[in-house]
Design a protein around this ligand. Structure first.
Ligand SMILES: Cc1ncc(COP(=O)(O)O)c(C=O)c1O
Length: 400
């Protein structure tokens, strides 16, 4: 093992400066816990940023990795591989979607969705092909997905970006309707809960108006479930809880239990838009990620698994509401399933608390508008939730 001080030195010397990691070298994980090189234990309420739904070291995931690694890691898309086809079938089974495309990440899935709409418009010779997105949204870091993102802080250094996107406030259906009246606007891209934006959770009324407006104005609906998907909010996909019927759905993060994957599911004409040569991805749908994703999907789709996510999510929210009674600087508790946010008053900077939690062996990180975001592995236990609450309370006690 390289000495810790040396490794930190190498990090500073050889890695680009786009991240600002804590000086902690993670070595292994077990369940909802991570262990650093010094053997310190951390209870993980970040879950690799909503990535490790079954936790670390899950026996089914490990078995799927090992079984597939012995057979075939990658074989290109010149050939068909069994896990990718079975994964597409498993994701589509019981939904209105028709076909899937696989890539490696959320941003790649967003790019593919944008390209489907672009080609769809071109095929119809429909003139303008503009999109609507919401303020405060996040859809990824590649230039197309970045131009769909409704937060300037991610974009300013990279302007000019494609100008296909108009932004309206998340939660304002009247503003959306105004934009929809423009025939040049062909599609809406939206998250069901804005994750990076600070777990901004829409009302059911707003979501049902979005559904009705998409239908009335015949727009293409792209739902971004990169963060909300794969059981995170207590349904396999969050859109189903809002009665929406997306034309395109993108997902990634937890789908392959910690391995890289992105997926696009499409229905109707959008499912048949791509023809050979239109789009591709060298590692997309590789048998390794697909085999693990198939295992993860089958486990999480289980009714009892999703019921447990809801049950633990309700417990988490209840415990956070109790904290709100205790600490008057907590402005809001919101979210669904195991995607929950706790917003703090502006006088306290949520991200300044990250290091204090880490000191006490808790990984809990701020997102968006001064909000602590709770996105643990979905297998977290109620006891672990209670233990996290005690740690948060200890930190909160010393805030003022
Ligand atoms: C809603 C949403 N879309 C897209 C992305 C981009 O995903 P990735 O980082 O895998 O490219 C993210 C990442 O946080 C996300 O939360």
């Amino acid at each position: 093992m390289t000495d810790k001080t040396k490794l930190l030195e190498y990090y500073g010397e050889y890695m680009m400066s786009n991240y600002a990691p804590f000086p902690i070298i993670m070595e292994r994980g077990d369940g909802a816990k991570l262990y650093d090189g010094d053997g310190k234990e951390y209870l993980d309420f970040l879950g690799g940023i909503a990535v490790n739904p079954l936790g670390y070291n899950n026996k089914d995931v490990v078995r799927a990795v090992s079984k597939q690694a012995k057979k075939l890691l990658s074989c290109s898309n010149y050939f068909i591989n069994e896990p990718a086809v079975l994964l597409a079938r498993e994701l589509i089974r019981g939904t209105h979607f028709k076909r899937a495309f696989f890539c490696n990440s959320g941003t790649e899935a967003a790019e593919a969705a944008i390209k489907i709409v672009k080609k769809y418009c071109n095929q119809k010779n429909s003139g303008d092909c503009k999109f609507v997105s919401f303020t405060n949204s996040f859809h990824g870091r590649t230039t197309g997905a970045l131009s769909a993102t409704g937060q300037d802080k991610y974009k300013t250094a990279f302007l000019p970006l494609p100008d296909w996107f108009t932004f309206t406030p998340f939660g304002d259906a009247d503003a959306l309707e105004k934009v929809f009246k423009d025939d040049g606007v062909k599609a809406l891209i939206m998250e069901c809960i804005q994750g990076e934006g600070g777990v901004i959770t829409p009302t059911n009324e707003f979501m049902s108006r979005v559904g009705a407006l998409v239908k009335k104005y015949k727009k293409i609906l792209i739902i971004d479930e990169v963060q909300t998907g794969v059981g995170r909010t207590g349904s396999f996909f969050a859109y189903s809880g809002y009665g929406l019927k997306p034309d395109i759905l993108i997902t990634a993060k937890g789908l392959a239990g910690g391995l890289p994957i992105g997926a696009v599911l499409a229905s109707g004409e959008c499912a048949d838009t791509f023809k050979p040569g239109d789009h591709g991805c060298t590692f997309g749908g590789n048998p390794m990620s697909a085999a693990v994703a198939l295992t993860v999907t089958k486990i999480i789709k289980n009714k009892s698994f999703l019921e447990a996510v809801n049950d633990k999510g309700n417990h988490l929210k209840k415990r956070l509401f109790e904290l709100q009674q205790q600490y008057d600087f907590i402005k809001d508790v919101r979210g669904k399933g195991l995607m929950v946010g706790l917003e703090l008053e502006k006088s306290i900077t949520a991200k300044d608390l990250n290091a204090k939690f880490l000191d006490k062996g808790l990984i809990l990180v701020a997102a968006g508008n001064n909000t602590l975001r709770f996105i643990p592995p979905l297998i977290v236990s109620k006891e672990e939730i209670d233990s996290m609450i005690s740690t948060v309370s200890e930190v909160f006690k010393n805030i003022r």
